[in-house]
Design a protein around this ligand. Structure first.
Ligand SMILES: Nc1nc2c(ncn2[C@@H]2O[C@H](COP(=O)(O)OP(=O)(O)O)[C@@H](O)[C@H]2O)c(=O)[nH]1
Ligand SMILES: [Mg+2]
Length: 335
């Protein structure tokens, strides 16, 4: 008798009880979740699985074959470098969902954040700022979904770790009696497959794994540091007045030397748990790391992928020391 196929309700992987070393293992096929999800949920133990982006692009292509509404989710502290990338694969109607509002300072207005994205002339139906962790704007998002939906299915896409599974869990908790326990974690590639979840007779939410960003610092730190890097609360920016010849060291991970420019203001937006120090450039912290020079324009941010950003007011030339795999770049100031 052939076994019935059963998928993990936490990450979507095909369950199997034969090979402990392989994805989808569970002690008994009677279980609803795989051992990896079980350990993440109960012990906070993470087993990293690296998913290829080709697989994710195939998922995006399969979404493109439908006429369904798409929620494209972006993490406000880690905005995708190229917001047009996912659009290249899908022609569907898209709502841009800007997540993790709770970690940006309350003093910043939502309208200002939305304007930042509107100015880029991207092809989205609508834009909304949310925080499923804080239940912020979830009612408003549901109204938007109802307004723009083209069928029953709503796909949630975006990079890994932006909070796609968290959003679906929150929507289900708020508006459905159906059980939904997607596994969430601070590590990339927690969700491994497409997972369809019925919110009600009119709406089915589809979770997806997400694009992996190799330039994100989360790929290069241990789990203790990861917890520190991931802001849990509203960020209190640390503001420094710097003269050329001075430098900032952030969490022992990044060093920014101020090489050229007038007296300038550097506001550091990273997790409050990371210590920031100001030194003279003669200090040797991190100088043996990889480094690169950056020209920063008037009112631009230096983005350190996965860590946060530094808002700089005047033009500056800086040198950034950091793990060579981590993406560092400039952009127009977000706030
Ligand atoms: N601060 C904050 N963190 C969030 C929010 N939503 C999700 N997260 C966190 O983001 C991380 C990734 O979430 P997850 O749902 O697994 O992301 P996915 O890979 O896109 O499915 C987890 O550590 C979540 O707790 C939010 O509204 N605010
Ligand atoms: Mg997920």
């Amino acid at each position: 008798m052939g076994k019935e196929k059963k998928y993990c309700i936490g990450c979507g992987i095909l369950l199997q009880d034969e090979n402990m070393m392989q994805e989808g293992y569970t002690t008994s096929i009677e279980n609803d979740i795989c051992s990896r999800c079980f350990r993440m949920r109960n012990y906070g133990e993470y087993q990293i699985i690296t998913k290829s982006n080709e697989e994710y692009i195939d998922i995006l292509k399969s979404v493109n074959k439908t006429n369904d509404l798409v929620l494209y989710m972006v993490d406000l502290l880690n905005i995708d470098k190229d917001l047009t990338y996912i659009r290249k694969y899908i022609n569907n109607k898209i709502i841009l969902v800007l997540n993790k509002r709770d970690v940006l300072p309350k003093s910043v207005k939502d309208s200002k954040i939305i304007e930042y994205f509107q100015k880029q002339d991207l092809d989205f139906q609508d834009i909304i700022v949310v925080s499923p962790n804080k239940n912020y704007h979830i009612d408003e998002l549901l109204l938007m979904i109802k307004k723009y939906k083209t069928s029953k299915n709503i796909y949630v896409v975006g990079h890994t770790n932006v909070g796609k599974s968290t959003l679906i869990n929150t929507l289900m908790k708020n508006y459905s009696d159906n059980k939904c326990e997607l596994t969430i974690s601070p590590l990339p590639s927690t969700t491994l497959n497409k997972i369809s979840i019925k919110l009600n007779d009119d709406l089915t939410l589809v979770d997806t794994p997400g694009l992996v960003d190799r330039g994100n610092i989360v790929n290069y730190v241990d789990s203790a540091l990861l917890k520190k890097i991931n802001p849990k609360k509203e960020i209190k920016p640390k503001v420094y007045q710097l003269k050329k010849g001075q430098c900032l060291v952030i969490g022992g991970l990044v060093r920014v030397d101020y090489l050229e420019g007038d007296k300038n203001s550097f506001s550091v937006y990273v997790s409050n748990d990371l210590q920031v120090d100001k030194f003279n450039m003669s200090n040797e912290t991190l100088t043996d790391s990889f480094s690169e020079e950056l020209e920063v324009g008037f009112h631009e941010d230096i983005v350190i992928s996965g860590l946060g950003f530094i808002k700089i007011v005047e033009k500056a030339k800086v040198r950034v020391y950091i793990n060579r795999n981590v993406d560092v770049y400039t952009r127009r100031s977000l706030i």
